[in-house]
Design a protein around this ligand. Structure first.
Ligand code: 5AD
Ligand code: SF4
Length: 495
């Protein structure tokens, strides 16, 4: 038998390569991270193995993600740990262990979780060995926890956004407990690096550059559930991007609630534009995207870096929220209609082939038809390439929840006007690409017809073309032959 490994003697970079079955779990638990979590992974492997023997099959798990790119990245971290402790990953909610990684940005996200949770509960009745965990933004709300305690007592484990890095430790505790285990933190300063991650796509990956948000837009619950803004050390980010590149990743998406304020609060902080320049130097990375930009913080330096870059994609997601200066003020967005228009038009002027997408909320308290006229005016003048339009959702605890609300029928009426306007500009913008030949990253086989593959242009437009599985993850030049509304049919240009 090989000798036992003591985690205290292992360098952080080496932890990912440690054989967990050789880790000594009969010593004191390390009181520093991330070694502590590797200790619990080793311990958890024993529980997973024992349970799998008892049930007579390999244990399966499924992580179901709601919400944004941040959540998608968090789910990859959960899956990294689950694989490391011995679970086989599936997509099916019939798995032995199901985790919902939740979102709470709008109430319908919460309602979907409750609905699906009901079904999971019914499945658990027939299979008492099934385990269910909930995590993510929705869990940071006290009222949600109370409801779960009362009406969903079959849930085994609940944790939040700040202690996700302790997932291995929580898993171990779940195995030792026969009651609902709840661990929610209000906030944290900690950023724990070097835990295992299981990527969904081999050729592209999200990279967190910052966590939390300090903006406090009056409609938004995110600052309350994701905590204060914290930037990751630039060296750590670059180390991760280099590692991803060496692992075959061609495209990275830098993630943060407000990437333009990256670096504030770091001792030797660099700006977001400088960070982009550094990421661009990483060999093997061919495309760089980022999300989300706040119009109040978007610098000329950033526009300059984007303009000069061959790798930064020709796409900017720049949430407008409203085109009315009055509503923007009530939303605490800290820009007005003129500022947004001037910024968006400057970007269009400087980088003519860029696509600008946006988020728009309709029905914020106090919004009138004239305010919506302003929103539509901005939509037409900027000519958004794509827009996510949302009906305002009242979030308990936010300042806007206490303001006078717009009647639902009025919201629906105005929403339809906004939707038509964005569909119109998106169609017009898409049509402009017809006949061009542009590089596309081939991302997946078409779900409906496997003789087709789906590619994505630098400007985020989707193109369908004849192709095969071996093309996935490669960048090909595609002639855009036929525009079908918002997407294209195309053919590979050979030679
Ligand atoms: N109601 C509706 N939409 C919201 N968003 C954030 N909070 C709310 C809310 N309370 C939208 C914003 C944001 C996107 C991620 O979700 O448009 O940019
Ligand atoms: Fe993402 Fe916000 Fe939803 Fe959390 S609440 S998952 S940060 S969109």
């Amino acid at each position: 038998m090989d000798s036992y490994i003591n985690l205290k003697n292992i360098e952080i970079e080496e932890l990912k390569h440690v054989d967990l079955d050789r880790v000594n779990v009969n010593c004191n638990v390390p009181d520093f991270e991330p070694q502590r979590q590797y200790y619990y992974m080793a311990k958890c492997r024993e529980s997973v193995r024992a349970e799998s023997e008892r049930l007579g099959h390999p244990l399966t798990c499924a992580v179901i993600t709601f919400g944004c790119q941040m959540n998608a990245r968090d789910s990859e971290k959960l899956l990294g740990i689950l694989k490391a402790v011995g679970y086989a990953v599936t997509d099916s909610e019939t798995a032995d262990f199901v985790i919902y990684n939740t979102c709470t940005v709008r109430d319908n996200a919460n309602q979907r979780v409750y609905g699906r949770l009901g079904h999971l509960g019914a499945m658990k009745k027939n299979n008492p060995h099934k385990r269910i965990a909930l995590c993510g933004c929705m869990m940071q709300e006290q009222s949600v926890i109370e409801k779960l305690r009362k009406s969903y007592s079959f849930v085994d484990l609940i944790f939040g956004t700040h202690n996700l890095y302790k997932f291995a430790e929580l898993l171990c505790a779940m195995y030792e407990s026969d009651r609902m285990l709840i661990d929610i933190w209000k906030d944290t300063d900690a950023i724990v690096e070097q835990l295992p991650v299981s990527r969904k796509y081999p050729y592209k990956s999200g990279v967190n550059i910052m966590f939390g948000c300090n903006n406090f837009c009056t409609y938004c619950i995110v600052p309350y559930v994701r905590g204060r803004e914290r930037s990751r050390d630039a060296r750590e980010i670059l180390r991760e991007v280099e590692h991803l590149a060496s692992d075959g990743v061609k495209e990275v998406m830098l993630l943060g609630q407000n990437v333009n304020s990256y670096g504030t609060g770091l001792a030797d902080g660099i700006s977001f534009a400088e960070l982009l320049r550094e990421v661009e130097k990483v060999e093997g990375i061919e495309r760089i995207r980022f999300m989300t930009s706040h119009p109040k913080d978007l610098s000329d330096e950033l526009i300059g870096v984007m303009k000069e870059s061959d790798k930064i994609c020709r796409h900017l997601h720049l949430p407008l929220q409203s085109g009315s200066s009055k509503i923007l003020k009530a939303m605490n967005r800290r820009y007005d209609k003129e500022h947004y228009l001037a910024l968006a038009l400057k970007i269009r002027r400087e980088i003519p082939d860029i696509a600008i997408s946006t988020d728009i909320i309709v029905g914020f308290p106090g919004e009138t038809a004239e305010d919506v006229d302003d929103t539509i005016d901005v939509i037409r003048r900027v000519a958004f390439d794509n827009a996510f339009t949302f009906q305002y959702s009242r979030r308990t605890g936010t300042p806007a929840a206490a303001m006078e609300q717009v009647p639902a029928v009025e919201v629906t009426k105005q929403f339809d006007r906004v939707l038509s306007a964005v569909q119109e500009t998106a169609r017009e913008r898409a049509a402009l690409l017809k006949g061009q030949t542009l590089p596309a990253l081939i991302e997946e086989v078409n779900e409906k017809d496997d003789s087709y593959v789906v590619g994505r242009l630098s400007n985020n437009t989707i193109v369908h073309l004849k192709g095969t599985l071996d093309m996935i993850g490669t960048i090909r030049r595609i002639k855009l032959t036929e525009c079908r509304g918002f997407y294209y049919m195309g053919v590979i240009e050979h030679g």
